[in-house]
Design a binder for this molecule. Sequence first.
Ligand code: AVI
Length: 322
Amino acid sequence: KRTPAIVQSQPNLDPLIDFARSCVRGFYADPRSMESRFLYDEEGSALFEEITRQPEYYLTRTEAAILAAHAAEIRELTGPTRILELGSGSAQKTDHLLRAWLEQGGPTRYYPVDVSAAALSSACAGIRSRFPTVEVVGVQCQYREAFPVLAQLSPVLVAFLGSSIGNFTPQETLAFVRALAAALRPGDFFLLGLDLVKERSILEGAYNDQAGVSARFTRNLFARMNRELGAGIDLDAIEHAAWYRQDQELVEISARFTREQTFRLTPPGRVITIGQGELVRTEISRKFRLERVMPELEGCGFAAERVFTDDQGWFALLLLRR
Ligand code: AVI
């Protein structure tokens, strides 16, 4: 019986040191802000999956409907490429792509890439059971660590769904898209999901669900510091705060400390004091306008093959050709 392989990139840094250093840097930054990749440990990945099922979080549902409607057309345009998915998470939306690939014939190879080992192995197992003929190789690493293998996978479609690109700053986005363009061969494809600018109440609702799952997701970053770095942060004195900043067209997600706390992260053992009412930013989630983003992507070497949106114009799925 063939089991899905998981390839782990050799990290050049001990994962705990990487996490501790990043937290210290984040607590000392002005404004205090964390790297969002650390939100996705086993607990965080599971909480994010729960967020995607909340009625207010329209992103996943809307994108899945676009994929369901257009996967066959996407496959017609790309031909029988391999599929590599960055930040695959549970990889449930990917079913639409895999189904279209299988229906139109040829061997189907799928490479999910994720930082979370737990999310990756359950995604691989899920795909394997739903699509026994698809060859699955999971790759556990950060997105950009996967770029060097892309040339060997060509012809390939790189899927980056869920508007995960919105969690990058504008500078990080440019660097990411340029590096991806450089790693792909001409004729390869990039399938990019983008959450679009819309009314504030809808955006803020999505990041402040009634059931409080978003709040648990934010708090889990600090719970992870307690678990892995022995921080001893009082989680009951942390509130989730998320609001839309229209000036920058992004949702800013933070933890608000409701009383002063002093704690220490090991290693490096630095003492950190956060004052009452202070915010520690855990994520940004940028919202996009097609008229702005298309020229940027084109400037990086991608040509728009098709742009798919939902009826309300809330979410866009871009098929780009390198
Ligand atoms: C993964 N990413 C696209 C999510 C978003 O909508 O920015 C992360 C998230 N954070 C809180 N809710 C969702």
